[in-house]
Ligand binder design. Structure first.
Ligand code: PSV
Ligand code: MN
Length: 397
């Protein structure tokens, strides 16, 4: 049982916590080995926003939706007002704008680091369109992930490509409006298998700095090698004022896109703890974008997104229970066991009753997943979208 003070700390943390869902998490996706079609999956941006609206309706903590421009804006930047209006129709807003400079045929050898100046110009042009879209949708973050890299030693100049990235990112950064930010995401491998141009947080940090003062690093929790200490990366980026936000998901092997906390909830808790510790010590709001980057081909998509949001809230709540004053004291006096127990005892607390109480106070159901299931939304979506999904490929159960 939590004390009244602990319960108040949880409620305060939950009041301040929102997490963004990705539009691409509601559509049928698969692996490179195949796609299992779900009758109720979203087939249009309107359906994606409708599904995202459901996640927010039942969790109360997912008011915004990250969008991928190539996938969600059928007419490019001309679609921005319509997408904006559709989001409002379903009770959400457009969040981070994700340019896509990896799918077109021209990007076979990269985008901003392509040896061909024409291709680099096209990539910068697309990112500038995305910045214009952000101005229409009122989005703060332009979230950049690149597939640039090479597959075989000797086939690319690593240093020249770094220089080209600096040049391209600077050109994009120059066009940001006030209040907008450029988030630079890193990933160690895939689809490039020898070298990825932005392979880790150090490279992303240097490039975000080279881009300009509105450049920040985006940490996708699935984009690390096995056993990497992600909360240390988070702590370092926070202390540099360079952490922009997260793409949350879990992984067992690589970029598995598993449900947040399904493999290692303690990792998620430790990340939230580092953020809270930083904000408590500095008295500053870190201004982070908490986003989910998961797309599931086996689990039911809306249900899984609700699971994720609930897990994120739970880990954020547990982190709010760490006695930071005491922890700091134990750390300074090297009382190792007490420091460790202080952290672990917060993680061990059952915060579910407090989460339920907070939801009730907001007029939400105490169990968002059960309430969503009872709503009948999925069955209805299946009836409306089944034929379209069937046509799009494969059979479905
Ligand atoms: C790439 O693996 C990534 O993490 C990037 O954030 C993309 O925008 C997203 O997944 C969707 O492909
Ligand atoms: Mn990502």
């Amino acid at each position: 049982m939590l004390s009244n003070a602990q319960e108040a700390a949880v409620w305060k943390a939950l009041d301040a916590f929102n997490i963004e869902v990705p539009s691409w998490g509601f559509a049928n996706t698969g692996t490179r080995f195949g796609k299992f079609i779900q009758a109720e999956a979203a087939t249009t941006i309107e359906e994606k926003l409708s599904d995202a609206g459901q996640v927010h309706k039942f969790t109360g903590c997912c008011p915004s939706v990250a969008v991928h421009v190539l996938w969600d804006f059928p007419q490019g930047k001309a679609s921005a007002p319509e997408v904006q209006a559709l989001a409002a129709k379903y009770g959400v807003r457009v969040g981070a704008i994700n340019p896509n400079v990896f799918q077109d045929q021209i990007y076979k050898h990269g985008s901003l680091a392509n040896p061909d100046a024409e291709v680099r110009r096209a990539a910068v042009g697309h990112i500038l369109d995305c910045i214009e879209i952000s101005s229409v949708t009122g989005s703060r973050d332009i979230s950049l992930w690149f597939t640039d890299g090479s597959n075989y030693p000797g086939t690319a100049s690593i240093r020249e490509r770094k220089r080209l990235f600096e040049e391209g990112l600077r050109a994009a950064h120059d066009k940001l409006a006030d209040g907008q930010r450029l988030l630079v995401e890193y990933k160690p491998f895939e689809p490039a298998f020898y070298h990825t141009d932005i392979a880790d947080w150090g490279m992303a940090l240097l490039l975000a700095k080279a881009a300009g003062p509105k450049g920040r690093v985006l940490v996708d929790t699935g984009h690390h090698y096995q056993a990497q200490n992600i909360e240390q990366i988070v702590a370092w980026l926070l202390s540099e004022g360079m952490l922009g936000g997260f793409h949350f998901n879990d992984r067992r092997y690589a970029d598995d896109d598993l449900t947040l906390g399904s493999i290692d909830p303690y990792q998620v808790f430790r990340i939230f703890h580092e953020i809270r510790f930083f904000e408590w010590e500095t008295g500053k709001d870190a201004g982070l974008a908490y986003m989910i980057d998961q797309s599931h081909n086996l689990k039911s998509k809306i249900e899984e997104m609700i699971q994720t949001a609930v897990m994120a809230q739970a880990m954020c709540a547990k982190a709010a229970l760490v006695d930071l004053e005491a922890l700091g004291g134990f750390q300074r006096s090297c009382e190792l066991i007490d420091a460790e127990e202080c952290l672990k005892s917060a993680f061990a607390e059952d915060v579910r009753p407090a989460l339920g109480g907070w939801r009730k106070s907001k007029g939400l159901a105490e169990d968002p997943l059960a309430a969503f299931r009872a709503s009948g939304y999925l069955a209805q979506a299946g009836r409306e979208r089944g034929a379209k999904n069937k046509m799009a490929g494969g059979s479905y159960a």
